[in-house]
Structure formats: C-alpha cells, structure tokens
Design a protein around this ligand. Structure first.
Ligand SMILES: [Zn+2]
Length: 252
C-alpha cells in the first residue's frame, strides 16, 4: 500500500473511530481521571523519535519523517494512533475552549531547512526574515542577558508538547490548551518565539517574567508585541514571554 492510500485509510479509520470513542478525546469541559493508553503510547513513541533525532532536530521534523523514524525505532504508529493525531490536528479546538486561529493547514506540512536559522547555544531555530530580524533587535538591545527559550515548532513538536500537557492535566483538553496551543494552532510554527532572562529559570514561563528588566526594557520601549495578552479572547493564559512576530488577530 502506498503512503497516500495508507493515509486515506487512516483518515477513514479515524473518522469511524472518533465517532465512537469520545472517551479518548473529550469534547467539552469534562475531565478525564487519567490518560488513555493512546496518549501514553503516543508519548512513548514520540519520546523515542526525539531521542533518536535529538532535541534540536525534533523541533522541526515533519510528520512523515516522524512516522519513518518511529518505524525505524521499532515503534511504528498504528492507523488508530495516526487517526487520533489527525482528530486533534484537524478538529475544532473551540469545542474545548481554545479560540486561537489555525496557523498550519496540513499535518504533513514541511518547513524547509533553507528557511531556518539555528540560533547558537539555544537548541532552537528561527524562521529567516521577520523573526530573525526581531530577535537580532532584541539581542542588540539586551545582549547576553536575554535568551531564546523556544523558536520554530513544527506540528510534530507541538503535538508532543500538547500530549505531554494533556497527560499532566489528566487528559483535560481545556486545561492543556490554556498553556499549549494544539498542533496546527501555534504561531511558533510560523514565526513567533519565546524569550527569557538568562538564569531566571521557570520564572521565564510565568507572569513574573513581566517584572524582569529584560521584559520592561523591550516592552516599554515598544520593541516587542505580546501574542497572548492578559485577558486575551483566545482562551490562552497571559504569556509575556511569547513574542508576536507575524499575522494573526490583534489582541489589543
Ligand atoms: Zn510561545
């Protein structure tokens, strides 16, 4: 069976399975008590792929590359698991309270490496153009006190983060999507990035980041725009560290 036939079969399966398996994918605010075997198995397989390709490369591998590597690692994804991923990717996240817009139309989208720049010592990439220019401005203003904490995240990377968050929130999609956009809906896939103050640790991912000199200088000087402002209409928590680079609805 060629890849296209396999995928269309997977879509058919997923449609059938999704209709009868809402215990796997909670559509509203109902919370699951524990994660399902599907989520657990997918995390195991994605972890294996990440270990195989390394943390840096895992940020940008495509869905097709992931399937290939998982198979090579003796952890092939089942049609059901592929269908489950498609249900998350192509489903409407508004049903669990996430109102951000779609940023990536296809799960199999590929980000060409020629469009990316690796930012030394960070483990992350930025898209050439507006993102790298914005980051260069930030570095020129702040110097060594600022670091890129997350850059380009292709759908597979975002899926991995989302599933991990789902697991840590007991399967509750509403809670998961408050802090991690579902795959297909993150602006990290199209240019946005996160910054932090060197040595500030977890504070870089909390509201405390807005109290840093790094944030104050950049924000008060009008050098950065925050994607998810306080009280934004997208169902996402306030993220003062997440720099808006391109596109999307204005939030303020
Ligand atoms: Zn971010």
């Amino acid at each position: 069976m060629d890849r296209r036939s396999f995928l269309s079969l997977a879509v058919v399966c997923s449609t059938t399975l999704a209709l009868g398996s809402n215990e796997e994918f909670i559509p509203s605010s109902v919370s699951m008590k524990k994660i399902t075997p599907t989520v657990s198995n997918l995390l195991d397989k994605l972890n294996a792929v990440q270990n195989h390709v390394g943390y840096v490369k895992f940020n940008i591998i495509s869905f097709d590359e992931m399937l290939k590597i998982a198979a090579e690692c003796n952890k092939p994804l089942t049609p059901y698991e592929i269908g489950y991923i498609e249900t998350i990717f192509y489903g409407d996240p508004r049903r669990y309270g996430f109102f951000g817009e779609r940023t990536v139309p296809r799960l199999t989208a590929v980000t060409p490496e020629k469009d990316l720049i690796y930012i030394k010592k960070t483990g992350h990439f930025l898209l050439k153009g507006a993102a790298t220019e914005k980051y260069a401005t930030i570095k020129s203003l702040i110097g060594n006190d600022v670091i890129l904490t997350s850059g380009v995240r292709a759908p597979v990377k975002q899926l991995h983060l989302f599933l991990k968050k789902m697991a840590s929130e007991g399967g509750n999609l509403r809670l998961a999507s408050t802090s991690i956009a579902p795959p297909g809906f993150t602006f990290h896939s199209v240019g946005d990035f996160d910054i932090g103050k060197v040595g500030y640790g977890y504070g870089n991912f909390s509201e405390k980041f807005q109290e840093t000199d790094v944030f104050k200088k950049l924000y008060n000087g009008g050098y950065i725009t925050i994607r998810y402002t306080n009280g934004n209409p997208f169902g996402v928590r306030y993220e003062p560290w997440h720099i808006k680079v391109t596109g999307g609805n204005e939030t303020a």
